[in-house]
Design a protein around this ligand. Structure first.
Ligand code: GAP
Length: 462
């Protein structure tokens, strides 16, 4: 366990040191559960989003993508059940007022519990086990009774009463924007059931105990797909969707042994079925992505609360019905963390220890780095700059580095996951116009003609 905890610390430290992820508002002391993505982090995050979008929108003819407004009519959150039922069980230490999330503390001592259990059931479990749970700050076992704490975050956007009488909410989950636009999509496109709508959108939750770096944050982005099917025609499609998502992770390099499916024991009242894809984080297997069979709950509720008819009419048979929804939902930060954990490797190359991020070239924040062998030889620098310019035009995220010996430059690129390093030496300018390309994972080098460089790399990135 210590080794795994250590791995998380190493990843957090690498993320800060190399500009992947910073604590939110760090210069003011930092805010819990909020993170900023730095230059390499933003590149990796964007690559993950674009791979996800490509697989779920561009390569599919039965999906379209949308981007809905974050703020919504407050009745949306009543219809969805968030204002009344979107809560986590909270208790407070009577000595130092530290708040704990009861279900997670119960899990930590090996008692099975989750936020979907009734308040009474959780309270009983908590009472039975309280003496084994210590306050994380002062160690006391003296806690207040459990109460449900609503996670929705309020805002005063458009509320000019000065007293917060008409609050609106930041989205508690991104998918509501998809349900609100179901009718618009049907009316404005040629999509017919079965079809899906995909979106990457922000969500906010007043998490009681944000934890484990990007795993549980208060602000997040969720990549969601909602697939609309005919009532009762859910089972086969559900299995296909589960497989599609699992294979997506493996296709982008996640070791399949670090992924597993886990079915929910306690279903929320509207769900027909729910599975998580869990990833083997350094803290153990835990939820990476949720795949939910949501029946017709969402569209029925919005129809009831908005008064708008959300029935779908089959264009061939004229049959009218409220479609059922199959959902996939993953937090982009949590996905980012899973890919970082899987890629983080400590190994030895040429007798030297190194840290290397073995990210898929499709995801790597920097695609290639170009080095002149020597910094003080203008003819090498000139040629390397020329090659760098050409690669940058083609691949965008390419770096030039002439600082320190070649070994040090390789290490710097290994640590951020750059798959290929290209060195311009005297053979390039005096002999055969070839450069060396060094592979990040094997350390092997081969000579490639300067003219073949772009097609060579393109093939590697495809
Ligand atoms: N629309 C369904 C929904 O929101 P969820 O299980 O609450 O379901 C879906 O969240 C996914 O969003 C989770 O599997 C996880 O990847 C991510 N997620 C949820 N809460 C999170 C948090 N506090 N921090 C980071 N990611 C979170």
């Amino acid at each position: 366990m210590a080794e795994k905890e250590n791995k998380m610390e190493k990843i957090v430290s690498l993320c800060k040191r190399r500009g992947f992820v910073f604590q939110g508002s760090e210069i003011y002391g930092g805010m819990a559960g909020l993170y900023d993505f730095g230059p390499y982090g933003a590149e990796l995050l964007n690559n993950l989003k674009s791979e996800w979008w490509k697989t779920h929108v561009r390569l599919r003819d039965d999906y379209v993508g949308i981007d809905s407004a974050m703020f919504k009519d407050p009745r949306v959150w009543e219809a969805s059940g968030h204002t009344s039922g979107f809560s986590d069980p909270l208790s407070e230490c009577k000595k130092c007022n530290t708040r704990i999330r009861v279900d997670k503390e119960l899990n930590n001592i090996g008692v099975s519990a989750d936020e979907k259990m009734s308040e009474l059931a959780l309270q009983n479990l908590f009472e039975e086990n309280k003496n084994k749970i210590s306050c994380p700050k002062c160690g006391s076992h003296d806690f207040t009774p459990t109460r449900a704490f609503n996670l929705l975050v309020k805002s005063n956007l458009g509320d000019f009463t000065s007293e917060g009488k008409n609050p609106v909410y930041l989205p508690g989950e991104a998918c509501q924007g998809i349900y609100l636009n179901f009718k618009n999509v049907v009316n404005s496109t040629r999509m017919q059931i079965p079809f899906g709508i995909a979106q990457i959108g922000k969500a906010f939750r007043n998490e009681i105990s944000p934890r484990n770096f990007l795993f549980r944050t208060r602000e997040m982005e969720q990549a969601d797909t909602q697939y609309f099917v005919k009532p009762n025609e859910n089972k086969e499609e559900y299995e296909k969707i589960k497989k599609y998502r699992f294979d997506w992770y493996v296709g982008l390099g996640i070791n399949s042994e670090n992924l597993k499916f886990v079915q929910h024991e306690n279903l929320v009242f509207y769900a027909k079925d729910a599975w998580d894809i869990e990833y083997n984080f350094p803290t153990g297997f835990d939820e990476l992505e949720g795949i939910h069979d949501r029946s017709d709950y969402d569209l029925t509720q919005h129809m009831k609360y908005s008064g708008t008819d959300l029935n779908y009419t089959d264009p061939y048979t004229g049959e009218k019905y409220i479609p059922w929804v199959l959902e996939t939902s993953v937090g982009m930060g949590r996905m980012f963390l899973a890919f970082m954990c899987d890629a983080y490797t400590e190994d030895e190359l040429g007798g030297e220890a190194r840290v290397v991020l073995k990210l898929s070239p499709k995801l790597a924040p920097v695609k290639a780095a170009v080095f002149p062998l020597l910094k003080n030889k203008p003819e090498l620098v000139k040629k390397a700059r020329e090659i760098f310019g050409n690669l940058k035009k083609e691949f965008g995220s390419v770096e030039f580095d002439d600082n320190g010996n070649i070994g040090k430059r390789y290490r710097r690129q290994d640590e951020i996951g750059t798959p290929y390093c290209i060195t311009v030496d005297f053979d390039t300018i005096e002999k055969d116009q070839t450069v060396t390309i060094r592979d990040r994972d094997s350390g092997k080098q081969e000579r490639v003609s300067e003219n073949d460089l772009i097609p060579y790399l393109k093939e590697k990135f495809s």
